[in-house]
Ligand binder design. Structure first.
Ligand SMILES: [Zn+2]
Length: 247
């Protein structure tokens, strides 16, 4: 049972999921707009061709815009674990937040509580593994920053929604960070591990712009205390820990 207010507001922006796709992903977003009303209008305007299944307002009020069985248009050009039709296999939730462009704010306890309740319900209805609970930036690292580093992924994971790593920094054996311009085996090792986790990243051995974008996305989700695009030893420890969790 939902323990929050659910308002039906049908968006025309959806179509059928591609046949043979199972719903096995949950993608979180922020609206990136100043007001809730603007966001709702955009997500329900046929000319924008964007939508999501749900939108959660700052006060925890939840709007259902698209039926779960339909294919909402929230992922855009994106990629995870080699698949690029993320809309066909996912449920998309928008969280009201002005975003990095208009004054990024923390997600309130009420909004997070509604997100938890809604997500738990979704996870009981579909076989969505924890490693498939992702942010828009995870599946479109070069285009998107949402839902951003202020989302409390640790809290969600503690509620059984998605993954988290509790690895902490150790002073001993501190290795040099990898960053833009680096090349070689350590870079390709990092790229392969990130690709194995699911990120769309080339395994060229060159720390290029695309690699930087993926490392930033990884940090936003799993190392939000340090957003600099440098892959340090704690990024590596957390990535290896996450890979152990999905084995
Ligand atoms: Zn988004």
């Amino acid at each position: 049972m939902l323990n929050f207010n659910l308002i039906q507001q049908q968006s025309p922006n959806f179509n059928n999921r591609i046949k043979n796709y199972e719903i096995d992903m949950l993608v979180l977003h922020y609206t990136g707009m100043v007001s809730t009303q603007d966001a709702l209008e955009r997500l329900c305007n046929p000319s924008t061709e964007v939508s999501a299944h749900y939108l959660i307002d700052l006060d925890g009020t939840c709007f259902q815009l698209v039926k779960e069985t339909s294919r909402a248009w929230h992922a855009g050009k994106s990629r995870w674990a080699g698949d690029s039709d993320i809309n066909s296999r996912s449920i998309g939730i928008e969280l009201v937040n002005p975003g990095h462009q208009f004054g990024y704010i923390s997600y309130s306890d009420t909004q997070m509580g509604a997100l938890e309740s809604l997500s738990k319900g979704i996870l009981t209805r579909y076989p969505i593994p924890p490693r498939h609970v992702l942010g828009h930036s995870d599946i479109a690292p070069s285009r998107r920053q949402d839902p951003g580093e202020l989302l409390d992924w640790r809290r969600l994971a503690a509620a059984g929604i998605g993954l988290w790593s509790n690895e902490t920094l150790t002073i001993v054996n501190e290795k040099k960070s990898l960053g833009p311009g680096a090349t070689g085996k350590e870079v390709s090792h990092m790229q392969k591990k990130l690709a194995y986790f699911g990120y769309g990243i080339p395994t060229s051995g060159a720390y290029d712009k695309e690699t930087y974008d993926v490392v930033m996305a990884f940090q936003r989700h799993f190392r939000p205390e340090k957003l600099d695009g440098l892959f340090d030893s704690l990024c590596l420890r957390r990535l290896l820990d996450l890979l152990r969790q999905i084995e």
